[in-house]
Design a protein around this ligand. Structure first.
Ligand SMILES: [Zn+2]
Length: 320
């Protein structure tokens, strides 16, 4: 079992757009009819997700270590890691998130390219207050609980939970923290694997929260320096670094109605081990707050605190 030593980020930092206007979730009449948390996701029509990355890199000290030491070659090597990490997620079968969903990666020379502007960006040299001790990278996602709103130049929201802006930040200000491309990792065993961290952050970018499953890429701790998560992607299996928990999660977030292979569900109710442990007041407390149901080869989803549902996604002939 691999070591996961350092926290990647506090959370996906979901900032609900509605919160800019009011501190509470909008009533159903405004939000479109749902009082439950909604699945956060991107629109997935062809070319609907654009990603740019900032070529401004920390130089003193160098934060990202590459095998290629030529300036242009370094950028190419980093860009390949980004493209490869995106391909990990679009390589999952049984979802509507496919390579054509993304437009070609673009670059920007702006150092502080990340912000609430409706443009999805990846930044390697931008300071942020969210970089508390131990945070290697984080993703800031703005999704909406209201229809018809937009952030900066984003699309106008047509779905609840639609992601209007998602930015990925790597910590450039901790002099003891470096990241290495897969090509450079072996020669830099004290560096964190850029591809593993980026793949994790792209999970947030796509709407994931953290997983309690140790083998999932969305487990909230980074692999130890010099190591990487799972198996490296290949052209034959681009989603190789993911766990089944991640694949199942993606199929829940981006369901493909035509998928007849990965389907089914189980459900149940979480009960307290000791009913007397429940709060006596206010009256009517019956369940467990904040419990998480985890099933191997499945992923929790649903709305409510004590009732749970795991959407069963079979892997080959094996089911939970
Ligand atoms: Zn995370």
């Amino acid at each position: 079992m691999k070591s996961k030593a350092m926290q990647i980020l506090a959370s996906a930092l979901a900032l609900f757009y509605g919160g800019w206007f009011a501190p509470i979730r909008q009533p159903a009449s405004i939000s479109g009819g749902s009082a439950c948390p909604v699945r956060t996701h991107q629109l997935i029509s062809s070319g609907s997700i654009a990603v740019r990355w900032s070529t401004a890199l920390n130089t003193n000290p160098v934060t990202i270590l590459t095998q290629n030491q030529i300036a242009g070659g370094r950028l190419t090597e980093i860009e390949q890691v980004i493209a490869q990490s995106l391909a990990v997620w679009t390589g999952v079968s049984g979802t509507t998130l496919v390579p054509a969903t993304l437009t070609s990666l673009t670059r920007t020379a702006a150092q502080n390219a990340c912000g609430s502007d409706g443009v999805n960006s990846i930044c390697f040299d931008q300071a942020d207050m969210a970089f508390t001790p131990g945070v290697l990278a984080f993703t800031r996602v703005i999704s909406t609980d209201r229809l018809g709103v937009q952030v900066g130049s984003s699309a106008v929201a047509t779905q609840l939970g639609q992601i209007l802006d998602a930015d990925i930040y790597f910590n450039p200000s901790d002099s003891s923290t470096t990241y290495a491309t897969p090509q450079a990792l072996a020669a830099n065993p004290k560096a964190y694997d850029l591809e593993s961290l980026l793949t994790h952050e792209l999970g947030h970018f796509l709407g994931f929260s953290h997983s309690a499953v140790w083998s999932a890429i969305m487990f909230p701790f980074a692999p130890a320096p010099g190591t990487f998560s799972g198996t490296r992607p290949t052209s034959q299996q681009p989603d190789a670094p993911l766990g089944d928990d991640d694949r199942t999660g993606l199929r829940v977030l981006y369901p493909d109605p035509a998928d007849t292979v990965h389907q089914g569900s189980i459900s149940g109710r979480i009960l307290p081990a000791n009913p007397l442990a429940l709060a006596a007041s206010p009256p009517g407390v019956t369940g467990v707050f904040g419990a998480q149901a985890v099933a191997r080869r499945g992923r929790r989803s649903g709305c409510g605190s004590d009732n749970w549902r795991v959407e069963l996604r079979r892997s080959g002939s094996r089911a939970i």
